[in-house]
Design a protein around this ligand. Structure first.
Ligand code: GTP
Ligand code: MG
Length: 150
């Protein structure tokens, strides 16, 4: 089924929000397929954010994202790309609804705690960039039939 790339950014790791963010995806019913802590290199981040290379905030974004460990994850489930973005909230935390991660835990767009892929295609690219094939697990969740009718 569908997969998305979710990351707790360095500010989220430093602020002790990893467990909270994992918990929200777990409780919703999504399945964790991969997870690791990694301090990404500048080259890696320039690939990850290549679509934003023309933006005035690009340099600051790369510095921010490389400033410490990131908790990189793959989450799986029905429409997890779109729903994952809803769980994270709007890019600008001040525009995020309370009840979303950014709406509950962030203020500044340049310190917005988490990342989520914006489309199924970019999710595939991002998962390939951040994880080796053998790091992504395929398994059946025991609770599957209690989350999905079919
Ligand atoms: P990601 O899930 O991190 O990809 O965020 P997004 O998809 O909601 O936003 P986008 O891909 O457009 O931007 C990527 C990241 O760049 C954002 O999450 C912010 O951390 C940062 N960013 C975006 N817009 C701005 C901005 O106007 N100023 C600053 N300082 N950072 C920004
Ligand atoms: Mg984005």
């Amino acid at each position: 089924s569908e997969q998305t790339f979710i990351a707790v950014k360095p500010d989220g790791v430093q602020r002790g929000l990893v467990g909270e963010i994992i918990s929200r995806f777990e409780k919703r019913g999504f399945k964790l397929a991969a997870i690791k802590l990694i301090t990404p290199s500048k080259e890696h981040l320039e690939k990850h954010y290549e679509d934003l290379s023309d933006k005035p905030f690009f340099k600051g974004l790369i510095t921010y994202m490389g400033s410490g460990p990131v908790c990189a994850m793959v989450w799986e489930g029905r429409e997890v790309v779109k729903t994952g973005r809803m769980i994270l909230g709007a890019t600008n935390p001040l525009a995020s609804q309370p009840g979303t991660i950014r709406g509950d835990y962030a203020i500044d767009v340049g310190r917005n705690v988490c990342h989520g892929s914006d489309a199924v295609e970019s999710a595939k690219k991002e998962i390939d960039l951040w994880f080796k094939k053998e790091e992504v697990q395929s398994y059946t969740q025991a609770q599957h039939g209690w989350i999905y009718e079919k």
